[in-house]
Design a protein around this ligand. Sequence first.
Ligand code: NAP
Length: 263
Amino acid sequence: MNKKGDLNMIGFIGAGSIGGAVITGLVKNGYDENEIIVKGGKSSRTKDLRDQLGFKIVSKIKQLADTDVIFIGVGANALDSVLKELKDIVDGKLVVAFTGTGTVAHLKQVLGYDKVAHAIPNTPVKVGAGFTGITYSDKFTPEDKKKVASILGYTGQLVEVPSEQLGILGTVAGCSPAFLDLFIEALSDAGVKHGLSRELAYDAAIGMAIGASKLAKQSDLNPSALKDEVTSPGGSTIKGVAALEENGFRNAVIKAVDAAEGE
Ligand SMILES: NC(=O)c1ccc[n+]([C@@H]2O[C@H](COP(=O)([O-])OP(=O)(O)OC[C@H]3O[C@@H](n4cnc5c(N)ncnc54)[C@H](OP(=O)(O)O)[C@@H]3O)[C@@H](O)[C@H]2O)c1
C-alpha cells in the first residue's frame, strides 16, 4: 500500500537522466520506495540510485510481471528492443514511455498492445516541481489516466495534450531548463563582473528565478504585465529590457526552440 492511497507496484525500465529523475522525485516526495521495481542498464547508475533511494532492482524485464504500471526511460536506441521484450508480460498493465521522439502509434505498433502513453517529463521532476506533458492512447480509460496521474503527480504537474502538441510542449518545458540555466549563469557572470562573489551572484540569480516564477504562477497578471509593473518610465529596468531587446533576447529564445524542434 502506498503512503498516499491504494496504488500497487510500479516498474521502471531505464533509470538514467530522466527515469532516474522521475524515480527520485517520486521517492523524495513520499512515494513508497518499496513499491518501485527498476530494471536498469549495464552501468552502475541504477545501483548507485538504489543505494540512495532504496527501491528494488531486477535484472530482467519479465521480473516486472507483478507491476501495474511500467515507465520506460531508455534512449531511442534501446526502445524497440525493450518494447519487444515487454510484450510477454504487458497484458493488463499501463505503459508510459518517456521518449523524446516517437509516438503513441509507434509504441502501440512495436509493443503490439494498446494501453500505452507517451510522456515527456523535464528534469525538475527530481524535486517535485516538474512539468510533464502526456498523450494517452485512446484505450486509456479515465480510471487508467487517474492512476498514472496519481503516480506522476508526486513529481509535479502533469498535463494531457493531443499527440501533435506533445513535441513542442516537451521542448518548451523539457529543453528549457538548460536555457534557464544559461540565463542564470549569464546573470551571475554579470553580478561577478560588477563585484559580487560568485556564490552570492548565483544565490541572487537562482533566488530571483524561483521567486519570479512563483509570482508569475500565482499572479493574475501575465508575464508581460508583470514586466510592465517593474519598468518605471526612464528607470533602470526598462533600460535593461531595451538592452536585452537590442541584443535579440526574445528572438534568441524563439530561435532556440526552433532549433530544438529541428527547424
Ligand atoms: N534527459 C531529459 O531531460 C529528457 C526529458 C524528456 C525525455 N527524455 C527522453 O528520455 C529517454 C531517455 O533519456 P535520458 O536522458 O534519460 O537517457 P540516459 O541518461 O542515457 O538514460 C537511459 C538509461 O537507459 C538505460 N538502459 C539502456 N538499455 C536498457 C535496457 N535494455 N534495460 C534497462 N535499462 C536500459 C541506460 O542504462 P545504463 O547507462 O546503465 O546502461 C541508461 O541509464 C530519451 O528518449 C530522451 O529523449 C529525456
